[in-house]
Design a protein around this ligand. Sequence first.
Ligand code: GSH
Length: 166
Amino acid sequence: MKRPASAQKKAKPAKAAKYGDDPLTVRRQLFEAGGLMVPNTYEGPQLWTLAGPGIGKFAKAKPVELIYFALRSLGQLPQMCLEYAGYPYMLKVVTSPEFREKLKPTLIFGRLPLLRTLKGTELVQSKAILRYVANLCGLAGKGEDERASCDMLHEMLQTEGKIDGH
Ligand SMILES: N[C@@H](CCC(=O)N[C@@H](CS)C(=O)NCC(=O)O)C(=O)O
């Protein structure tokens, strides 16, 4: 049976990112490097940039830069907000040896995640980063009460939510 013409059309390949490293290559190299458990003797690539494109009303927005390790943890929520809103971002993934040698000494509190804001401020502390990103993406709530309610839910999920296993 002949398939309808619309189904015969070849699916267009996803638009290649204009900037950033190829995600599949990054995944493979990260795997080869040992993910989070990168030995100090590892000599391959130590830093990758993954690009999240701007979509819809944020198609032309300036990207923010997020730096974190190859894990979800404290980098995941801001990344989810950016993805959900279609806000462009550059995620720099660093290995632990690269972090220890080059990045850690330059950080105000010596820890990641770090977000470089649109004005170039280096913001650390995951909750501060999340609030900044949520505001940028228009996801922080409208008006004081809604913003406070968003904060309340976030704090609950960070503490009680985890304790009760939800
Ligand atoms: N309170 C900080 C904690 C940051 C933190 O503990 N980061 C860890 C990774 S999840 C880190 O940078 N560890 C490396 C180190 O301490 O040298 C936040 O919420 O951002």
